[in-house]
Design a protein around this ligand. Structure first.
Ligand SMILES: *[C@@H]1O[C@H](CO)[C@@H](O)[C@H](O)[C@H]1NC(C)=O
Ligand SMILES: *[C@@H]1O[C@H](CO)[C@@H](O)[C@H](O)[C@H]1NC(C)=O
Ligand SMILES: *[C@@H]1O[C@H](CO)[C@@H](O)[C@H](O)[C@H]1NC(C)=O
Length: 384
């Protein structure tokens, strides 16, 4: 077969073949030209008719094309804008997976204004909200708020409130149990969905701010470390709660204790919500009287990212009265001297330098503490 084909292909009869095609190809060219001209004329006339008839429809059709094609497929905003509403139907598993997405390119290709996410872990109402409203006023671009309350609790914040529609899908939580850590991870995960959130503070309904927003924001943003209480307590309430079955993931020298009220940066927040290594150990082997919310994050983070930990909390609390719960302060406790004692009573390290500003928040405050706090806020806390 090859021998028969080759001679006709090796050039000998090529001129003849070219010649025999001259005539049909000329006709083809002319035909093509005619068809092209005809179609151009046709399209042009169609266009003219439609132009005059359908101008209104055309002007309506344009934005549709724009919003489907331009915004959905080519605009970066699609990837960086926060979800429009905080309510969603994702399961925890789905939410944590989604929240663990993190860019691998360090430099943001847009102007990113980092925000502080305030995570309120509550039963329901926020009796001290008027104090917080004043704290937040005027700093709308620099914070976001998330509230985890008992499922079924219906908040009644007016649309003008900073707490309006800031509830996240919530589940029942019990003090000292894993469901408490689950709620904290849920708060972190929902807040991680907003790329602007850089620092994450856990608060309760009995917490108050101790400084104005500008000072608080600067303190957190400029900190090299995250404020997670984490220490080795050799006593029965520390190492005494360790269970040998946590090995090899956690050995006793790595076991840490710390107050639940953390402040973490974005990296540690992602560490916490994506953890699958330590979680089962704490769930299975740290049950009451091992209070898992005092050990899980302080231990896990101390193993994974010790260089990012300040090992102290920024939330002041008073254990001096003794017992299983810290002191709660009401109306009659709130005096200038009392607040000054909290503000000035301690020294600590901030970015490896001695500092007199150690706490940004304090607990626990009863609902009736609101009124005196509002009165003292302008002179002592630095906001109206
Ligand atoms: C969640 O699902 C329910 C039922 O399918 C639906 O009615 C509701 O609108 C959904 N909520 C959101 C925020 O998508
Ligand atoms: C916090 O503790 C860890 C050990 O758990 C240590 O490596 C780290 O340097 C400490 N952080 C500071 C700021 O001292
Ligand atoms: C915040 O408080 C500090 C110290 O009290 C003060 O100097 C500063 O002006 C306050 N900032 C605002 C925005 O009120």
């Amino acid at each position: 077969m090859q021998a028969a084909v080759l001679p006709s292909e090796d050039g000998k009869d090529a001129p003849q073949r070219t010649q025999s095609r001259v005539f049909p190809s000329r006709i083809l060219q002319l035909l093509t030209l005619f068809v092209v001209l005809a179609s151009v004329f046709f399209v042009l006339s169609m266009y003219m008719t439609r132009y005059f008839d359908l101008q209104t429809i055309k002007s309506q059709a344009r934005p549709v094309v724009k919003s489907c094609v331009v915004e959905e497929q080519t605009d970066l905003r699609r990837w960086i804008k926060p979800p429009r509403t905080l309510m969603h139907n994702m399961s925890d598993e789905q939410l944590f997976w989604r929240a663990s997405f993190a860019p691998q390119v360090k430099k943001y290709p847009f102007q990113r204004v980092p925000k502080v996410a305030f995570l309120f872990l509550t039963r329901g109402p926020l009796p001290l909200s008027p104090l917080w409203e004043r704290f937040f006023e005027g700093h709308e671009e620099l914070y976001s708020i998330y509230i985890h309350s008992l499922p079924g609790y219906q908040p009644d914040f007016p649309p003008s409130s900073v707490f309006y529609k800031r509830q996240i899908p919530s589940k029942v939580t019990e003090w000292g149990k894993m469901s408490m850590c689950d709620a904290e991870r849920r708060l972190l995960a929902n807040a991680l969905l907003d790329l602007s959130n850089e620092r994450f503070v856990l608060l309760s309904e009995s917490c108050i701010p101790l400084y104005n927003f500008s000072i608080t924001y600067r303190y957190l943003m400029r900190s090299r470390y995250s404020f997670v209480g984490s220490f080795d307590d050799p006593g029965p309430h520390g190492r005494g709660r360790y269970n040998l079955r946590m090995k090899p993931e956690v050995n006793i020298a790595q076991w840490r204790k710390g107050a639940q009220w953390f402040e973490v940066n974005r990296k540690l927040a992602i560490n916490i919500i994506s953890d699958a290594k330590y979680y089962p150990k704490f769930r299975d082997f740290c049950k009451p009287g091992c209070y898992v919310d005092e050990h899980y994050f302080p231990t896990m983070l101390a193993i994974e990212s010790p260089h990012l930990m300040a090992n102290r909390s920024v939330t002041w609390v008073d254990w001096s009265r003794g017992g299983a719960h810290p002191a709660t302060f009401g109306k009659r406790d709130i005096t200038e001297a009392f607040l000054k004692k909290i503000l000035e009573g301690k020294s600590c390290f901030y970015n490896a330098q001695p500092s007199s500003v150690c706490f940004l928040f304090a607990r626990k405050f009863a609902p009736n503490a609101l009124e005196p706090l509002l009165q003292l806020a302008p002179s002592l806390l630095g906001f109206k």
